[in-house]
Write a protein that binds this ligand. Structure first.
Ligand code: NOJ
Ligand code: CA
Length: 702
């Protein structure tokens, strides 16, 4: 049931100038808006009378046009309130309340006769605001040279940040003071990433901070549509962040046509870290679902032909032969297979059998289609066409085999950043999926963008990612895009966007290893905008054992790998390791089989960025609860009350914990499994090892 209330609290006729104040529904947050210094729009924000954002100016610099920065007058303003409860197609909770007070400030720039509005929404958990450009005569087409949105911090806060980059977010987070970013920035980027660092104090959003007096502040954006992605550049003498948009190939930042608006800029704030994780501010700032029928959108638990390549050193390509002929004339059946190609019919059948036996929905197969011989180089005339299988992959037969066993294959489209090529083939590629029964695709954008000069996070590419999602919807296809722009809550509007990567996933455990604290930070940062295809479930930590040439190490205990299915919320979850490894640990694997991927309720029991997260979730349509804890290298000791359980009911808890001598580096596979009868009065005393965690399933027995 959704309840909507909108009413005007106050309307002012043409106010010449003068501060306007807006409060959050609970009164704790206060926003002040005013014009300063020759008509510059300026805002500030407090929480419980503590400064969150000091007076900060707003404006846009235009190409070959008077800037929208100063010389403004307030024409009028309006305050309204809004309260609704909506139901996501999939999510952490079955219902989401969207309750805010809104201030619309109408500005005029008399010298140019142009209009610009600022819309502020103040929630109990933070602020969203955006620039709006109404239909008008003197501002129709315009090009943004830079957006100058400031976020003036009130001190040298602690931050969990990754360096600014127009093309990748696949970094480990650094925890430091804001004043230390400059010195640490270059060293925070490892050689694995193709970096385009634009400033030594540039960082990406979502940026999580903590003040010395215990406020948690998060800066991000919501509903990034037809605009370029915002980075933040810090002035580290004043601690003022300013927006820094991703440029296009000629250096412009955004192409606009009124009536239009920018994405929302967001400031989440609380004195309790758990509120950062349970906040729905980003989703709420997005538009309601754009589709009438969403019955075809389903959460997915999957396995796949994937870690064999990423972790075990096998190949996506079928052959090393590289005849320099075009794709459409290349006869792969005449090339020599190199025998290291796991996406072959026989092997894929093993995965299908494994998925069917253990209740997985889908099997991802990467390396099924021709084109991989040159996916990084683009030096040849041929690229992927997304419809032609290698000779050893029986497209029709395997889909039929899977269907017989109640499993689906998951499609894979690696575009290698050749986006026009992808768009040319998209309709045919989606048609092929419909023909054989695929309903989900993992897509990817590895490498420098083609056309050259465009960036992964620019307006042009952002429009492409959304185009791929809305076209997929016409085919009832769900999308999980890797290397695409980091999410900003668009999954509310387009819920067939069931996943993204857009951060450093568990694949890096095989390359360089992730920091043990990584998964205690991601929910505060990357996950604010939407779910991540993190691909947990790695049970073999010593990569040398499966790939003698690897120096990788999975920096996690096995019990923590289980916990990630709960702490890293996503309606799309992979069991990333290979069947042979799971077969050695079937008792622990049981948790991955049991855990849900869609929830009626979620509670964050404990949280501190960079240290630990303990979450409890109630599986959709059941009374089953699942608890997960992920800890940093410091481990975590805790006693958790199970007071979220139904009063008076009896449950059985199965606790998958680190063994007393477990350690992510020296003894990661040491775990214990214990069963206990529990009620809402029970308290569980638990301990996560360094780099460890625990996972618990709690099932009613009465
Ligand atoms: C990078 C993706 O993150 C990974 O999951 C995928 O296997 C490769 N690209 C190949 O597409
Ligand atoms: Ca990736």
């Amino acid at each position: 049931m959704s309840k909507i209330t909108v009413f005007t609290l106050f309307t002012a006729a043409a106010l010449a100038a003068g501060a306007v104040e807006l409060k959050s529904p609970d009164g704790k947050l206060a926003l002040d808006f005013d014009l300063s210094d020759g008509g510059r729009p300026t805002y500030s924000l407090t929480f419980d009378n503590k400064t969150v954002v000091k007076p900060s100016t707003l404006g846009l610099e235009l190409v070959n046009d008077t800037d929208l920065i100063e010389g403004f007058e307030i024409k009028g303003h309006e305050v309204t309130t809004f309260d609704e409860t909506w139901q996501p197609v999939w999510g952490e909770t079955s219902h989401i309340r969207n309750h805010y007070n809104e201030l619309l400030v109408e500005l005029a720039q008399p010298a140019t006769g142009r209009l610009m509005n600022l819309r502020f929404r103040l929630y109990d958990d933070g602020l969203g605001f955006r620039y709006e450009f109404p239909l008008q005569n003197n501002l129709v087409y315009f090009v943004v040279k830079e957006e100058h949105t400031q976020f003036a911090m009130n001190g040298d806060h602690t931050a969990w940040w990754i360096a600014g980059d127009y093309d990748t977010q696949e970094y480990d987070y650094t925890e430091s003071r804001l004043s230390e970013i400059r010195n640490l920035s270059a060293g925070s980027i490892s050689s694995n990433e193709s970096q385009t660092q634009f400033s030594p104090t540039g960082v990406q959003t979502s940026l999580q901070m903590k003040t010395d007096d215990g406020l948690y502040i998060n800066l991000h954006e919501a509903a990034l549509v037809d605009y370029s992605c915002m980075h933040l550049n810090l002035n580290d003498s004043t601690m003022v962040f300013e927006s820094w948009l991703t440029p296009d190939a000629v250096g412009n930042k955004a192409y606009m046509q009124a009536p239009t608006h920018t994405p929302w800029r967001t400031v989440m704030v609380s004195d309790d870290a758990r509120d950062m994780l349970s906040s729905n501010l980003i989703l709420n700032l997005n538009e309601p679902c754009a589709y009438d029928d969403t019955s075809w959108i389903k959460p997915v638990k999957y396995v796949g032909v994937w870690w064999e390549m990423i972790g075990h050193g096998k190949e996506w390509s079928y052959t090393y032969d590289l005849p320099s002929v075009k794709l459409d004339t290349l006869d792969y059946s005449k090339t020599k297979p190199h025998g290291r190609h796991p996406a072959n019919t026989e092997n894929v059948k093993r995965y299908i059998d494994f998925a069917a036996e253990h209740g997985f929905d889908q099997v991802l197969v990467e390396g099924w289609n021709v084109g991989w011989e040159d996916w990084f180089g683009h030096s040849k005339d041929y690229v992927f066409d997304f419809v032609t299988p290698y000779p050893d992959f029986d497209l029709e037969g395997l889909n039929a085999y899977a269907a017989e066993k109640g499993v689906k294959l998951m499609m894979h489209h690696e575009t290698s950043g050749s986006v026009r090529n992808y768009e040319r083939h998209l309709e045919e590629a989606y048609n092929l999926m419909n023909k054989y029964g695929y309903n989900s695709v993992k897509s990817g954008y590895v490498g420098n963008m083609i056309p050259r000069g465009e960036h992964h996070y620019g307006q042009w590419l952002n429009n492409h990612y959304l185009y791929a999602v809305t076209e997929a919807a016409k085919h009832k296809i769900m999308v999980n895009a890797h290397e695409a722009v980091r999410p900003t809550g668009l999954c509310r509007t387009y819920p067939n966007l069931i996943g993204n990567e857009s951060a450093r996933g568990s694949e890096y455990e095989s390359f360089a290893g992730n920091k043990p604290s990584h998964t205690t930070v991601l929910p505060f940062t990357r996950l604010q905008g939407g779910p991540m295809d993190y691909t947990p479930g790695l049970f073999e930590m010593d990569m040398k054992k499966v790939n003698p040439t690897s120096s990788g190490h999975v920096n996690s205990t096995l019990a923590r790998q289980l916990a990630l299915y709960v702490t890293m919320y996503s309606p799309l979850q992979m069991a990333a390791d290979v069947p042979d490894v799971y077969e050695r640990f079937m008792d622990a694997f049981q948790f991955i089989k049991d855990v849900a991927v869609d929830w009626d309720d979620s509670k964050y029991l404990e949280a501190e960025p960079g240290r630990y997260i303990v979450a409890a979730r109630k599986a959709k349509g059941t009374d089953n609860w699942f608890v997960g804890c992920t800890a940093s290298e410091h481990g975590h000791e805790t006693t958790i009350p199970l007071d979220f359980l139904d009063k008076g009911r009896k449950y059985e808890a199965t606790i998958y914990a680190d063994a007393p001598d477990a350690h992510y580096l020296t003894n990661p596979q040491a775990y214990t499994i214990t069963r206990k009868k529990v009620t809402d009065k029970s308290k569980l005393k638990l301990k996560a090892a360094p780099g460890g965690g625990f996972a618990i399933s709690i099932i009613p027995v009465d």
